[in-house]
Every structure is written in structure tokens, then in C-alpha cells.
Design a protein. Sequence first.
Length: 302
Amino acid sequence: MFDDAAAAEIARMYEAGAAIPDLAALYDCNVQTIRKAIHACGVVLRPREYTSNYTGSEEQRAEIVRLYTNRIKSLRDIAKGIGCDIPLVVQALRDAGVKAGTNNSKVHDYSPEQLAEIAAAHEGGESMSSIARRLKISGKLATKLLRLSGAKLRLRDDYYSEEKKAEIIRRFESGETQKSIAESVKTQQSRISRFLDSVGVERKRALRYKVANGYISVLTFPEDRAFCVPHANGRVLEHRLVMGRYLGRPMRPDETVHHINGDTGDNRIENLQLRTGRHGKGISQVCLDCGSHNVKPVPIAS
């Protein structure tokens, strides 16, 4: 950013005692740019000086410990409030015997006995958020420690009463999606997945379930590809598969299927009519001699 003359002038002012933040403000750039200019001139940077309002008094140390251990403020917010650098706050906490900084999030700081205590507390009914608050750690770390102990995360009881468990299993096995179930019980889809895993329900794709407007979606198998063209997820609308099997060929994109009785879930072949283009008030195509739907458009004879 700076030419040689400007970098030399920055290095000279720095050696004369100017602070890097002041130089950055003077040259309207960030401190890293100033540091690089000084380094390029071969000048060794001074050890960082922690100039702050930190006095190290007992009252100030006690206040730091109170704010941090009660999870009122983070290290950064405490340092900002006092007007000092984070390392001074960390050192004050460590002098008081409080874990702080990066060491507070290391799993190996916890002994097997502590892991067993966490597992016993959770299995005894204490929530993970309560355990995290008691140990003064994050919920994410508390969950990691629980899993490291070999224990399983207990699901929330308010979502999973015995009646609700039975209802979730019944709805899933009847073909309803996990997303739909989760929305109805006001929870996350991942929670429904974990619950189904915990009770041993195989979470494979349902073979048949209702989609929009009452139509039925089915999972296809390799042998069905001769009678239909499935979507990328391997599923197809059942009425198109039934008609394709009846015709002995996949339906063309311009062909549609009409439900005679209006019930889009009734996919018996006798309730289906083959049509071309949009149906509704369209015309069903059948053979006038035998009534078969196995017909196709042909050019008009000249």
C-alpha cells in the first residue's frame, strides 16, 4: 500500500514511540497494514503493551469473576466494559481458579468421573441446558461431553408423552412425512428422526403416501420403469403408474389421467380415463370397437 518513502517514515515514527493504532488513524488504514510497513523496513515490533483501566484490585477481580461465572458477560464484553485487553481478563480469572479462554472449551479438561456425573444427571432427569448452566459451559459442549460418556441424549418429555409417541409412530408408518409430523407437533424434523431411531422404527421412505390435492405418490422399483418415468427421487404419481401398466408402456408427457368419480386417491383402472393435454372438461380417448384406452394419435389420412 505504501511506497518505500512512506513506509520508512512510518517506521521512523514508530521507532520514535508512536503507537500503531495512532499511525493507522493518521494514514487512514488498518493496523495490519501499518505492521506490514514497519516489518518491511526491518524494524522489530515492540512487545504489545496492554494499556487499560485494569488496576488488578480485589474489587475489580471479584467483579470480573462474578460477571464471567454467572454467564452475565463474555470475555470480550468484560474487557470492553473495563477498557482493557482480553488477556488481562483471562489472567484475572485464572488467578481466581476459574477456567477461561480456549481451555474452557476443551473436552480433555473433563475427567471420566465428571463425564459419568454428567451422564447420571441427565439420565436422572436434568436437562442439558440446566447441566450447562451448572457447569458454566455452553450447551454444545455439554452435549458433546454427554455423548463422549457413552450416554444418549434424552428427548424432551413435553414433546413425547406416551400418547404422542404412539401417534407419531402411527402417522409415520401410515405414510406421512417426518416434516409434516414435525410441523403438526411444533418441533423440528431432526427431533422426529431421532425419536423414530430411538424406538427402533426404520426410517426408510414410505412406499405410498398422499401429496397435494389428494393424489397418491408411490415409490417405484426397477421393474416399474417399463410403465412410467419416475422423478429424480424415484417416486411417481400412482395414477400414472397404474395407467402405464394398463397401457403396457410409459405415458407420454402430453398424456394425462382423469379420475372419473372425482376421487384423486381412487386409482383403480376402472376409475381412470386416458386423456391428451389438460383434462377436466377434455375428451377421453377410447377405442370405439373395444373400449380400450390403448390408443395413440396418428396423422390424418390425406
